[in-house]
Design a protein around this ligand. Structure first.
Ligand code: GLY
Length: 309
């Protein structure tokens, strides 16, 4: 059954991805198109063009794909200067005997496949970075020499952790895929990878059971192997709702003040889905997600179920 769940906070790519699925395209093709649209949207400050930079003002992108037919996966991390990490991740999966490339090697491979280059730092994201430095008393001229560790802690604010884009889909042939893309948490330590490119943490897809992906503070998803755990719970017999709640309860039990900053999205192989976000008491907004299934003509936007932690 056709199924699409997207954590795409501006909804940039959801109509495109759903139209592709309805036109009979493969799940992976549909979600890659959806995510590419988000990566090109300068108004989404957590992904691709216009993504907020790291502490030293460089936009570093992460992305991944997983094909539920074969459990093949591709991932890219710490990528600078390319427009579409999701497509580079897919090419890694399809053209290399590897799963993940980062940094200079990822850029080399991106050039080998003719990936589109882009200047990702926009005027607006530059201004936001400057404002953050100013608020925290950091002089941009010193960034090359000063230790950054303290500033990295100051930057880990769950309310501004960044909004990864995640897409999960099942196509008309029953195949399931997952894809992710992000610029990571704003003002991160250079070289930091979150969960987005980490298969098993930020995403997982298995045709037999379903798929899962995460947005929010990636360190939490890495420490709990959150996406793989969710699919494994389904394999062990839980419904998608039970699996998501079990995985989120485990994440929320981490002794970490940031445990209120993560959302988990999952679909099952029968067309069901569940999304749950963990929130601290002081957060009163609810992230939204987009969903479409069966013969629905357009995706609809809904509130993520809230888990107070
Ligand atoms: N979930 C995105 C990140 O932590 O980078």
């Amino acid at each position: 059954m056709l199924n699409l769940v997207a954590g795409d906070w501006k909804g940039t790519g959801v109509a495109l991805a759903w139209a592709a699925l309805r036109a009979g395209q493969a799940a992976l093709d549909a979600i890659e198109q959806g995510i590419r649209a988000v990566e090109s949207n300068p108004d989404d400050c957590s992904v691709g063009l216009g993504g907020l930079p790291n502490l030293v003002g460089e936009v570093e992108l992460d992305g991944a794909v997983m094909d539920g037919r074969t459990r093949a996966a591709g991932a890219v991390g710490n990528l600078r200067g390319y427009a579409h990490p999701v497509s580079i991740a897919r090419a890694i999966m399809e053209k290399l005997p590897h799963v993940m490339l980062v940094g200079a090697g990822a850029a080399r491979f991106a050039d080998e496949i003719g990936a589109e280059r882009a200047e990702l730092l926009t005027e607006d994201s530059y201004r936001q970075w400057q404002a953050w430095l100013g608020k925290n008393g950091v002089d941009a001229a010193n960034l090359g020499h000063m230790p950054l560790a303290r500033a990295a802690w100051a930057a880990m604010d769950p309310q501004h952790a960044g909004g990864t884009t995640v897409y999960l889909a099942q196509d008309a042939a029953g195949n399931i895929a997952a894809a992710t893309s992000t610029s990571g948490c704003a003002w991160k330590y250079p070289g930091r990878l979150g969960d987005t490119p980490v298969v098993g943490a930020g995403l997982y897809a298995d045709n037999r059971y379903g798929a899962a992906a995460c947005t929010g503070i990636g360190e939490l998803a890495i420490r709990t192997s959150l996406a793989r755990s969710t699919v494994l719970y389904m394999k062990m017999g839980m419904s998608v709702e039970e699996a998501v709640h079990e995985a989120m309860d485990d994440m929320a039990s981490l002794p970490d003040w940031r445990a209120g900053g993560l959302t988990l999205y999952a679909i099952d192989a029968a067309g069901g889905h569940c999304t749950v976000g963990a929130y601290k008491d002081d957060r009163d907004d609810s992230p939204r997600y987009h969903v479409a299934a069966g013969d629905q003509s357009q995706p609809v936007e809904r509130d993520v179920t809230r888990l107070d932690v």
